[in-house]
Structure formats: C-alpha cells, structure tokens
Design a protein. Sequence first.
Length: 253
Amino acid sequence: MIFVQRAGRVIAAAVAVVGYGHAFAAHPLATEDAETLGAGKFELELGAVGEPSAGSFVRSEGGVQLAWGVLADLDLRVRPVWLKDSSTGAMGTETERGLGDTTLSFKWRFLRGEVWSFALTGGAQLPTGDASKGLGKGFVAWQGAAIASVDLGAWHFDGNIGYEQGIDEELQLRHLVNSQLAARWSPSGVVQLVSEVGVERNPDRTDGTWPAAGRLGVIVAGTDWLDVDAGYQVGFNHAAPGGLILAGATIRW
C-alpha cells in the first residue's frame, strides 16, 4: 500500500498511493477516494516518485494506472510500474531497473449519501517483476481496503483501512495492515491543496516500529480532462522513507 520500502529495494507509493478531485487516490496522495468514474468512462493516471541523492534519484518508481468504469458504481483498474534502485556496496554502486509487479484491482462504491460515500477495493499484485533483483515479490499478493469519504464542499476527506500480503521470508511478515487519512481543500475550481498521513505494520519482524509518514501536495486542473500534480513525502520515524518527490498527471475521457 503506502510508505514502506519493500525488501530494501522497492519503493511503494501508495501506493498507492497509496491513493491515492477525481476518482481513486488523487495523485500525489495514496489514500483512496470512495468515488467511481461512472459507466463507460476511462481515466489514465501517470505517477512517479523518487528518492533524490547527490543530484540524482537513487530509487524511483513510475506507474501507469488505467481505470475503466464498468458500471456506475464499479471500476476496474490495471497498474504496471517501472522501478529503479541504486545501492552502494563493496563492489561499488549497483543499479537494478526494470518492470515491477502489476496490480489488477476493482473498486465498488456500495453506499452513497448526501455527504458520505463508502467503498471497497481489492485485487492482486501479479509477479511481473524480477524478484531475484528486488523488483517484485515473486508471488501473487492479495490486497484490499475499506474506504470512507466525506465531501463538505471546499473540503473533502478520505479514510482507508487496508490489508496487503507481505513477502514470505523468514524475517518478513506475511500479513500487513495499514491506515491512511487524507484531506483536500479546493480554494478555487482550479487548484487543490492536499495532505495525508499514513501508517503501516512493519514487514520486518525484527523492527517493531510501524512506518509512519505524511505527504503535502498540490493538484492543478488544467482542463476538464487533465490534471497535473506535485507532492513531497516526509517520514515521521526511522522506518518510513522520507524526502520523496512526487509528480504526476491524470487524463480522463
């Protein structure tokens, strides 16, 4: 889901996101929105997150998510990612880059009121990344979340409680839980200021500290069909990656 570096190599962006206004996690957030696209509509979200060091990005992730509104309250999504990781050891600096795991998921909004909306999301990460290079988990990993959203005009709030299947290794936990809370403020019809906090169970059995982090960002609606965004992530403890730079764009039709 969000704020945890998998196996010392893969940066997760909440993904979604963490999610992560428009439907889904409004990039650069990872917290999911309870809204759906609507029947027959599509959305393409392009997002990137990087960890800068010495003038370059030592770790980065680029994701492309295509969503399709199958029904008024049901969306299907596919999201492949491209990963890069550089590490320095006795042999010098080594860089691994390539396709990461691909996520197939759905979102179902099962209740909508005047202000509140509730949804469920679930899916699987397919092992399309090379696990031997730290670019994937090496197995099908299931995930899901319960989503609540409240829309108060200029202010919009989203909360998630989720589950993710961890890496099945001796020092790694198999089952992980997470929680996120996001707020969006729209001072105009063009600009949204966004913020988010999240926490997740640490997959490392030897470290009881739950990674916790926060994001701040801005979303600019260029047209009815295009948004661009930028954000920054800070870590609240040693277990969470901080200093991450995020950027993206969303296209709808």
